[in-house]
Design a protein around this ligand. Structure first.
Ligand SMILES: C[S@@+](CC[C@H](N)C(=O)[O-])C[C@H]1O[C@@H](n2cnc3c(N)ncnc32)[C@H](O)[C@@H]1O
Length: 260
């Protein structure tokens, strides 16, 4: 799959191409990321990409013309590579909040053109003419769309075959089955941890069921931990799983006994 990223700050993407899971996604060719520095498509000595807003007010607005030229260069490049015409995604606080469901859907597709806004945002006429989808990272304001683009690429890249060492690890992640993840433990079996503000220490042991070797009991314990954590922290996700018919009788019985 391929992402064409329109950005004023291409240098922000360098670390992701050289570290961890995203590096593997780029190296194996599972994800092809092409950066399109917007200033390369701007006019004049100052290579201007923004101007003051009509109607007054603070801040600057990203100009339509450099964006149109940049998108046209991307379309030519996609055509030369016999790649499909990818949809244009704009990152914006006014977009639809990104969910794991949307990420899974994007991960199965051919990719997208990712448009990173800066300043007050983008001239609405470009959005009306060229943007297919607006995606938000949540109800807060960042200074640019680069971190949202990196977030989306990371979330999609780790779902590509061969990118994670163990495919089961993303199948168990939060939201994959609509619930939050269960707690995880590793060595040693028992730890001595200092109590906060005290000289004494407390013993912290791994839940015994995880040491039992009984796979069905472990699976049930994990499921119940997921149900308990989700019910306490994100009850609306339990309601959604119930509405999709994804809670068994055993799940419902466990939830009915749970002290919230
Ligand atoms: C300073 S923000 C512009 C905020 C805009 N004036 C508003 O109030 O909605 C600059 C750019 O950062 C990106 N951005 C900021 N917050 C975001 C969020 N929560 N989700 C997605 N993109 C965001 C967008 O691309 C936006 O065009």
């Amino acid at each position: 799959m391929r992402f064409d990223v329109i950005t004023l700050f291409p240098e922000l993407f360098a670390p992701f191409q050289s570290i961890g899971v995203t590096r593997r996604a780029f190296e194996t060719g599972a994800v092809d990321v092409r950066l399109w520095p917007l200033r390369d498509h701007a006019d004049g000595t100052y290579r201007r990409v923004d101007d003051r807003p009509f109607g007054g007010g603070p801040g600057m607005v990203m100009l339509v013309e450099p964006l149109v030229r940049c998108l046209s260069a991307i379309r030519s490049d996609q055509a030369a590579a016999a790649a499909p015409r990818l949809p244009v995604v704009l990152f914006s606080p006014a977009g639809k909040p990104l969910t794991q469901q949307r990420v899974q859907h994007l991960a199965q597709g051919p990719g997208a053109v990712l448009l990173c806004g800066r300043y007050e945002g983008i001239d609405q006429r470009f959005i009306d003419a060229h943007v297919d989808e607006e995606i938000s990272m949540g109800d807060y304001v960042l200074s640019g769309g680069e971190l949202p683009a990196l977030t989306l690429i990371d979330a999609v890249a780790r779902l590509q075959p061969g990118v994670l060492n163990d495919v089961a690890s993303h199948e168990q992640d939060s939201f994959s089955d609509g619930l939050l993840d269960c707690p995880h433990y590793s060595r040693p079996e028992v730890l001595s941890l200092p109590e906060q503000g005290e000289g004494a220490s407390v013993e912290a042991a791994v839940p015994p069921v995880l040491m039992s070797g009984h796979h069905a009991h472990i699976a049930r314990w994990r499921r119940e931990q997921q149900l308990a954590i989700t019910a306490r922290r994100r009850p609306e996700l339990i309601e959604a799983a119930r509405a999709r018919g994804e809670l068994s009788k055993q799940d419902e019985h466990f939830l009915s006994q749970l002290a919230l």
